[in-house]
Write a protein that binds this ligand. Structure first.
Ligand SMILES: [Zn+2]
Length: 254
């Protein structure tokens, strides 16, 4: 088998392999994207939970402060009746007034913090619903990937073995060139030559349609052990058997 024939064989297996692998890659990418989004949501939920804990601590501290004030007020009220003189009486009244004012401030602050907590808790509920929905998408993507893996996994391994076999007889340099070309052309490493007009000796690369000089076509008929790449798209050119037979080998130079 000529080098070009070996490359064509490799190309057929390689392009099937890459197409199947591409389907798996697409499923993997979908799953990864869903997991990334779920990760962002989880991080946000965590932050909200931490804010919630802080608010609860603040509210608790305010409540403790109010309770202490209330106790102090009760104590002062009982002392009021027993106050010995007017000076002591006035001093207690003054402190009571101050305490009442302070208690009002703390009550207002507590109320504001509780409202904040309530709003935050509403957002947490919404956030959890979003995360649950995203989790569902993740599960679907995971199931899809697993399904594809079972579906194509065995075939992919067969093709991998077949590809390795087809590649094993190709010299190192040419194999590397083939792989690099396949990587840069999404698995389309090779392109057949198309005949536009035999009479006018017009031929082109079937992948990018650039016209080729007839001498280049003749080179392909006479030398099947050298790689010729399309000068525009870089794909490795070959002639389909039917076309090669009708063009025939290059005439010997006189
Ligand atoms: Zn081309």
């Amino acid at each position: 088998m000529s080098l070009i024939q070996q490359l064509v064989t490799l190309h057929r297996v390689d392009s099937q392999f890459r197409a199947l692998e591409g389907r798996l890659d697409a499923a993997r990418a979908t799953l990864a994207s869903q997991e990334r989004q779920l990760g962002v949501l989880s991080k946000q939920t965590e932050d909200m939970r931490s804010q919630e804990r802080q608010l609860k601590t603040t509210i608790h501290a305010l409540e403790v402060e109010v309770a202490a004030t209330v106790a102090r007020v009760e104590k002062l009220r009982s002392e009021l009746n027993a106050s010995a003189n007017e000076k002591a009486y006035k001093s207690i009244i003054l402190e009571l007034k101050h305490l009442e004012e302070n208690k009002k401030k703390v009550d207002d602050q507590t109320l504001a913090e509780m409202q904040r907590l309530e709003e935050l808790q509403k957002r947490v509920v919404e956030q959890l619903a979003k995360a649950a929905e995203r989790q569902r998408f993740c599960d679907i993507a995971k199931a899809e990937l697993e399904e594809r893996q079972t579906e194509v996994g065995a075939r992919l391994e067969e093709l991998r073995a077949e590809r390795d076999r087809a590649a094993s007889s190709i010299p190192d340099r040419e194999r590397k060139l083939f792989n690099a070309t396949a990587d840069s052309t999404e698995g389309e490493a090779m392109a057949a030559v198309n005949e536009i007009s035999r009479r006018h000796r017009e031929y082109c690369c079937s992948a990018c349609n650039i016209e080729m000089p007839f001498e280049a076509v003749l080179r392909l008929t006479s030398n099947q052990d050298t790689i010729f790449q399309c000068r525009a798209c870089g794909r490795i050119l070959y002639l389909e058997d039917a076309l090669r037979e009708t063009i025939g080998p290059a005439p010997a130079k006189k």
